[in-house]
Design a protein around this ligand. Sequence first.
Ligand code: RP5
Length: 165
Amino acid sequence: MASKPVVGILMGSDSDLPVMEEAVKILKLFDIPCEVTVSSAHRTPKRTSDYARTAEKRGIRIIIAGAGSAAHLAGFIAAETTLPVIGVPIDSSPLNGLDSLLSTVQMPGGVPVASMAIGKAGAKNAGIFAAEILSLSDTKLKDRLKAHRKEMARQVEEKAKKLKA
Ligand code: RP5
């Protein structure tokens, strides 16, 4: 039987999936069970609110929310829960995500959203950041995160060697 999800990934539209898949990939890499769903702050506000209000009771420990344009999804969710909320600004608009970045990062004091970078890099980092939070109470996960960093460094060294040759 699959373990219960501890990270909830939400996105404002299914068109955000190609970006948000980067977060899913990372969580899978670290064997962190997650659930993925679509819910919009403006198209389905009740569904989004219900999700945020029930997440903690269902065992979710961190929520990752990705949205584009006037991206209020992460802030909307953060308003309904004290779970850590990680926002991913999606580059789906004519402004290439600058609008989403500002909407996500500029939360008024009192209700935080941890904003990542725009687009795929941000979604990837959202997955890693969620893993880092969970690793505070999971030493095996912390070791795996350290090994992941080492592997990244090894790959850079390898590329540098090839360039030199
Ligand atoms: C936002 O509007 C979504 O998060 C998406 O990035 C953008 C476009 O949505 P669709 O029109 O593709 O459904 O709410």
